[in-house]
Design a protein around this ligand. Structure first.
Ligand SMILES: [Zn+2]
Ligand SMILES: [Zn+2]
Length: 306
């Protein structure tokens, strides 16, 4: 993301100084939890912050929002590909294999992303004093244009978005999610179609959580997580000794440790960190020191060859 127009998280404009601190809205999934000792046991509590989210989770939301346009394009491609195979549109050469059904989950996910982002765009436009969307014009906009416009507004006003007060907003949810809502939630259940239109009271904190959930849902739909496994080269497995460790990511695509392809041993983030420290200790003990390379007179500086 390029711009923090109204969104510098470090800016101290004095506004927050007299306000109380509250717990980060990511609750038990807070990226920077504080620890407290109760009855001799360490408990993790959400970070205290003057805003909806702590700085670490604010950054995670910014990264998730940043990734959404590319994820949306890939989800959309999953619809188009199946459409082409199913014979919709100008398909020239038809394959003899059975047609693949239209990807309904991809279509549904793409619509969900658009619906969520445009609903927040509408609310941000009010507080940021931008021209409101005219419904007639927005209906004629193409999906890609809608997404780009909504994303541009949200990315430029991320702080305004995350600070929005609670207001009723329309959401389409599955019947299972609808059943989990607090009793008395207004809405309309479409039993045959298997979904419900509900009215939820949502604030900027919900916007942040929805953005994280959208990116996570896209990634799991695209099965991105196994594809982008990072080899932790140079770190031997503590159990078998092979350097076959691959990074493990959590639901948000953040580092959560490593697992060994040779012996299937698993390490969480702290255990993996301990492995890398084990790795450094014998090197330090041998007296080796990191040393900067000084250029000599005959070095080829341009191609960086000594
Ligand atoms: Zn947090
Ligand atoms: Zn191993």
């Amino acid at each position: 993301m390029s711009a923090w127009i109204h969104s510098d998280p470090n800016a101290d404009d004095g506004y927050w100084r007299d306000h109380g601190m509250r717990e980060c809205a990511r609750a038990d999934r807070c990226a920077a939890p504080r620890t407290e000792t109760a009855n001799g046991r360490t408990v993790y509590l959400p970070a205290l912050t003057p805003r909806a989210f702590c700085l670490a989770d604010h950054a995670a939301i910014a990264r998730a929002l940043d990734a959404l346009p590319a994820l949306y394009v890939r989800v959309h491609q999953a619809i188009d590909k199946t459409f082409a195979v199913a014979g919709v549109g100008p398909v020239v050469a038809m394959s003899k294999t059975a047609p693949v059904p239209v990807s309904l989950p991809a279509d549904e996910l793409a619509r969900h992303i658009l619906a969520v982002l445009t609903s927040w765009e509408e609310r941000v436009r009010v507080v940021a004093r931008l021209a409101p969307l005219s419904t007639g014009a927005s209906r004629r906009r193409r999906d890609g244009v809608i997404l780009t416009q909504a994303w541009t507004v949200l990315a430029a006003h991320l702080d305004a978005l995350l600070a929005l007060p609670a207001e009723p907003m329309a959401r389409t949810v599955s019947l299972r999610d609808a059943a989990a809502l607090p009793p008395g939630t207004p809405g309309l259940v479409h039993h045959a179609a298997g979904y419900a239109d509900v009215l939820l009271t949502l604030s900027g904190a919900d916007a942040g959580l929805e953005i994280l959930a959208l990116a996570a849902r896209c990634r799991s739909f695209l099965t991105d997580t196994p594809a982008s496994r990072r080899h932790m080269s140079g770190v031997p497995c503590g159990a078998c000794g092979y350097t076959e460790l691959y990074e493990v990511l959590d639901g948000d695509g953040q580092h959560a440790g490593a697992s060994c392809d040779a012996c299937r041993a698993g390490y969480d983030a702290d255990a993996y960190k301990a492995l890398t420290i084990d790795q450094v200790t014998p090197i330090r003990a041998s007296g080796a020191r990191r040393r900067a390379l000084r250029s000599a007179s005959r070095d080829d500086v341009l191609s960086r060859r000594a």
